[in-house]
Design a protein around this ligand. Structure first.
Ligand code: BV8
Ligand code: ZN
Length: 246
């Protein structure tokens, strides 16, 4: 049930279709779908530290452990569904003439919800690739069974996600910088804003003159610099914002 949320007149005036809008999402938007976040109390990192597992060195040092961790996470997200927050962003996409959706998430839920041209800064956990020849695998078909599986070229298969210390896809991050700098209204949704370079996007938007709005259940590293904070669940706040323009 979406109760009325109180937003500023300024934000209300920016919800017209001609406004250029960018939305950056993090793990918080998938929390209501049952996907554990990274840094929350039930967060994934509680049991492990990012350096231990989400890095290339960790994979080279212990490919079985890292592969099993991703298999465990893939199991968690096997039956998850997009929630009203993901679905509200379809209304955003259809309403605003210029709309870009940038996500740090690797769960593929924005695609599943029907969002188009999603910019996946950190890759997609449902996809794999060979560390030797770089071949991408949408499924494990064609690979040689094992933990981790192997590519016919002999290389180990790894999840097609961006690990700490790895570069983000150049086109994705360059495009994200450009549209963040140029937009009128920037939403930071369900992210603790600690992982760079994604966390710099709200700052870049602010510097570019955008009105920056944060949607989160609690304050974050950027709460002090945004123009407006809407505290609450993204699965409730986003649909309430849609009601303001639909
Ligand atoms: C790079 C894929 C360089 C893998 C991920 C010191 C300072 C600055 C930067 C660094 C530094 N030391 C190291 C770095 C760089 C490092 C970094 O930023 N580290 C951080 C930890 C300090 N960054 C990198 O390494 C990046 N690469 O810099 O390369 C380079 C340059 C040249 C040449 C080579 C290399 C790569 C970063 C990508 C890492 N990969 N994921 C995987 O998933 O296994 S990051 C991981 O964190 C996820 O992608 C996740 O999305 C992302 C960010 O976390 P959040 O999404 O924000 O999730 P979190 O749990 O933290 O927060 C959830 C939020 O939701 C909370 O605020 C909560 O309150 C809120 N919430 C909860 N429920 C709800 C809600 N909000 C609304 N509604 C709800 N219902
Ligand atoms: Zn290969």
């Amino acid at each position: 049930m979406n109760q009325e949320i109180s937003v500023s007149e300024k934000l209300k005036s920016l919800l017209s279709k001609g406004t250029k809008v960018v939305v950056l999402t993090g793990a918080g938007i998938s929390a209501e779908s049952g996907v554990p976040t990274f840094r929350g109390e039930e967060g994934l990192w509680k049991k492990f530290r990012p350096e231990e597992l989400a890095t290339f060195d960790a994979f080279m040092a212990n490919p079985e452990l890292v592969w099993e961790w991703y298999e465990y996470r893939r199991k968690i997200i096997e039956d998850i569904k997009p929630n009203p927050g993901h679905l509200a962003l379809i209304d955003f996409q259809n309403h605003f003439d210029k709309f870009d959706l940038i996500t740090q998430n690797v769960d593929g839920l924005h695609h599943q919800a029907g969002s188009e041209n999603v910019i996946e800064l950190h890759g997609n956990i449902r996809r794999n690739k060979c560390i030797q020849c770089g071949k991408k695998y949408e499924s494990l078909e064609g690979t040689i069974e094992g933990i981790p599986p192997k590519c016919p070229c002999g290389g180990n298969i790894r999840p097609d996600v961006v690990w700490f210390g790895e570069m983000l896809p150049q086109d994705a991050i360059n495009y994200s910088f450009a549209v963040s700098q140029d937009c009128d209204l920037f939403f930071s949704v369900g992210t603790s804003a600690v992982v760079h370079p994604a966390a710099s996007l709200p700052l870049i938007a602010k510097r570019g003159g955008a009105y920056v709005v944060e949607i989160n259940i609690s304050p974050t590293e950027i709460t002090h610099i945004v123009d407006e904070s809407l505290f609450g669940k993204s699965g409730e706040i986003l649909p309430s914002l849609v009601k303001l323009f639909k």
